[in-house]
Design a protein around this ligand. Structure first.
Ligand code: ATP
Ligand code: FE2
Length: 330
């Protein structure tokens, strides 16, 4: 079968989101997601997994319907094998295996973080970027070097999205806090000094968050949100700029749920312009967690190294980005 017309169904289940997406070669046929929203506080892995097993059949049906294809047209099943929360990963892996078995098609397990990068490259045209992957559970600065996606920098404590959500809870904002903080920040104007901590290309946000929460007692909420964003995003921009210099890259790719933030986009774009580099943001519907990016990385991986053995499709909880051989780029 010509691989560029291969239909791959991808499954995402690493954390909050259960997603099924279908790609026909480079074309997105569908992208359906269903998100578990914790009733209160943070995510409970077991509850999230229960959510995923409750919605999986429905999400699959909707993805097929949106794609306008029948199950029997699927040539390949791909799923997010890690990193993530074990109960969630297990649910996705079991679902993927039983689907591949019942359809009698090959299966490939793919790395969640790398899927974010590859769908981003496909949709934006970025060729060899420094990727800033910022979501609830991740904050990484990644670039391809000697056949692997190397993590040049990452957060040492709380990831950006999670930090914004936690701050949001303290500030009495609805979950998820990220978008609400952005909205309030756009009405703030006074810069309040907050702890700034970048070490090399690694970042730490916990001191900044604690201080920002403390400032809520004495300052306007809008100004605290504004200052929080300015400080956090300046840290991210500094780390990305340093990675570009180290790795010798002149493109930046922004992805993950936090990529929706306009101020973050603007700061990275300005930095890129000053360096004569290109800046790309992954389209919103494909920047958050989704199954479509699993389908695309599934096709890339299958093209270069073929399918996985069914017996070797167990999930990998702490699957690091730089453990994967990138065999599909020239
Ligand atoms: P992952 O498993 O990759 O860590 P996730 O489960 O956190 O992903 P995403 O959809 O990638 O899911 O990201 C959700 C996060 O993005 C939340 O923390 C949310 O607050 C944040 N977010 C969404 N929109 C914005 C925004 N406009 N500004 C800042 N943060 C945002
Ligand atoms: Fe993600």
């Amino acid at each position: 079968m010509p691989l560029d017309t291969m239909i791959c169904l991808g499954i995402e289940s690493t954390a909050h989101t259960f997603g099924v997406g279908i790609m026909d070669g480079e074309e997105v046929l569908s992208n359906v997601t269903d998100m578990y929203i914790p009733s209160k506080g943070g995510i409970h892995p077991r509850e999230a997994a229960e959510h995923h097993s409750k919605v999986c059949d429905k999400v699959l049906d909707r993805a097929l319907e949106e794609a306008g294809i029948g199950k029997e047209e699927i040539d390949l099943v791909a799923f997010s094998r890690g990193p993530g929360m074990p109960p969630c990963l297990r649910t996705g892996a079991v679902f993927a295996r039983s689907l591949a078995l019942s359809l009698d098609v090959p299966i490939v397990g793919v790395n969640h973080c790398i899927a974010h990068i590859e769908i981003g490259k496909l949709k934006t045209g970025a060729e060899d970027p420094v990727t800033l992957y910022v979501s609830g559970g991740n904050t990484q600065v990644i670039a391809l070097s000697k056949g692997k996606y190397r993590v040049f920098g990452e957060v040492l404590d709380t990831p950006v999205g999670n930090a914004l959500d936690k701050f949001g809870r303290e500030a009495g904002l609805e979950h998820p806090g990220g978008p609400k903080v952005e909205k309030l920040a756009s009405r703030g104007s006074k810069y309040i000094e907050l702890p700034y901590s970048v070490k090399g290309m690694d970042m730490s946000f916990s001191g900044l968050m604690t201080e920002a929460v403390r400032k809520l007692d004495s300052e306007k909420k809008e100004d605290v949100c504004y200052s929080l964003q300015e400080t956090m995003f300046a840290m991210l921009t500094e780390a990305v700029e340093r990675a570009m210099a180290h790795a010798g890259k002149n493109e930046v790719l922004l992805t993950g749920g936090v990529a929706a933030n306009r101020r973050l986009q603007e700061m990275l774009e300005t930095m890129c312009r000053e360096r004569n580099a290109e800046f790309y943001t992954v389209p919103h519907e494909l920047a958050g967690d989704n199954g479509t990016m699993m389908a695309w990385l599934g096709i890339l991986k299958y093209r270069s190294t073929g399918a996985d053995d069914l017996e070797e499709t167990g999930f990998i909880q702490n699957w690091r980005t730089d453990e994967v051989d990138v065999t599909w780029t020239e």
